[in-house]
Design a protein around this ligand. Structure first.
Ligand code: GLN
Length: 280
C-alpha cells in the first residue's frame, strides 16, 4: 500500500466517527510515523509504506477513533512557532492562548520583566514569553506535579532553564515576591457545562485544568485576589477567560483595585483575554 491508500483508509474510518478533521488527522498521523512533514508526504503520495509503519498507523488510528486528540497520541503540539511536549496531564495549548502571548510580547518587547505564570501546564505561555524576552525571568507554578514535569522538559528543550523556575506549588505558596506581569489561563469552564464539551476534550483533557467551579470563576477570582498583593504597582495581570465572562471578570478586577487596560478577541469575535493594571 502507498501513502495515498493509507491516508484514505484512515480518513474514511475517522469520517464514519464524525471526526471533522478526518483528512488532516490521518495525514498528520502518517507523517509523524514516517518522520516527515505533512507537505513532504503529500507531494509523494505514491511512496510505499512498510508493514511496521502501517501497524503503527493502525494503532494510532485506533486511538483517534476513540476521540483521543492527535496531540495526545503524538505527545506534542505546535504553539507559537515551536513544538511543545504534552501529555494527558496537561491541557493541549490552544490558538486563543497564542493570541495572549502575541499581545503580551507586543507590550513587553525589549523589556526586562519578572513574570509569574499561574497554572503553567505544559509551560507554553511562560516558555514562549521568556524565549522572546531575552532579559526577562519567570516562575511557573502548577498544582499538578506531572504537569510541572512536562513544563520542565519543555524549558530544557527550549534552552531557557536558567531563566525560569517551575514549581509544583499552589498560588497560596507564593509570597514575598513582586512581579511585573502575572499571566494565567486558569480553568474557567462552568462545572455544569463540562458534560457538553466535545468528547476529545471531555474524555481526554485533565478535568482539573478545565473545571472552574459552579460559576466558572473560582480560579479566576483566586488569581485576582492574590495578584493584587504580589504584583508591583502598575504591574499587569493578563488573564485568559471564557466566552461571556468578561463582564463579571471586569467587575471583580475593578472591585479589586485593577484598571482594565486591554481586552482581546478571538477569531470568533469573543473577548477571551483581559489585561488589567494594578492601581496604586
Ligand atoms: N497554561 C497552560 C495553557 O495555557 C495550562 C492552562 C490550564 O491548565 N488551565 O495551555
Amino acid at each position: 500500500m502507498n501513502a495515498f491508500d493509507i491516508i484514505k483508509i484512515g480518513s474514511n474510518l475517522l469520517k464514519e466517527k464524525n471526526i471533522i478533521s478526518h483528512i488532516i488527522d490521518s495525514e498528520i498521523l502518517l507523517s509523524k510515523i514516517l518522520k516527515k512533514t505533512r507537505e513532504e508526504v503529500l507531494v509523494n503520495l505514491d511512496q510505499k509504506i512498510n508493514r511496521k509503519d502501517f501497524l503503527k498507523f493502525k494503532s494510532y488510528l485506533k486511538r483517534r477513533l476513540k476521540n483521543e486528540p492527535v496531540a495526545y497520541i503524538l505527545n506534542e503540539k505546535e504553539f507559537w512557532e515551536t513544538k511543545f511536549s504534552i501529555n494527558k496531564y496537561t491541557l493541549i495549548p490552544r490558538p486563543e492562548t497564542e493570541i495572549l502571548v502575541e499581545k503580551l510580547l507586543e507590550t513587553y518587547k525589549e523589556k526586562k520583566i519578572t513574570i509569574l505564570d499561574i497554572g503553567t501546564g505544559s509551560g507554553c505561555i511562560l516558555i514562549s514569553l521568556i524565549n522572546s524576552l531575552p532579559q526577562s525571568v519567570g516562575i511557573g507554578i502548577d498544582i499538578s506535579k506531572r504537569a510541572v514535569l512536562v513544563a520542565k522538559k519543555n524549558a530544557l528543550k527550549h534552552n531557557i532553564s536558567n531563566r525560569i523556575k517551575l514549581l509544583n506549588k499552589s498560588l497560596e505558596g507564593i509570597f514575598n515576591k513582586k512581579f511585573d506581569l502575572i499571566v494565567s489561563n486558569p480553568p474557567y469552564i462552568e462545572r455544569k457545562d463540562i458534560k457538553n464539551l466535545m468528547d476529545d476534550v471531555k474524555i481526554y483533557e485533565p478535568r482539573i485544568a478545565l473545571d472552574g467551579g459552579n460559576d466558572g470563576l473560582d480560579l479566576i477570582k483566586k488569581v485576582i485576589y492574590k495578584s493584587k498583593y504580589i504584583l508591583k504597582i502598575k504591574g499587569m495581570l493578563a488573564l485568559e477567560i471564557g466566552n461571556e465572562q468578561i463582564k463579571k471578570v471586569s467587575k471583580i478586577l475593578i472591585d479589586n483595585n485593577f484598571r482594565i487596560k486591554k481586552v482581546i478577541k478571538d477569531n470568533k469575535n469573543n473577548i477571551r483575554c483581559v489585561f488589567a493594571e494594578r492601581k496604586k
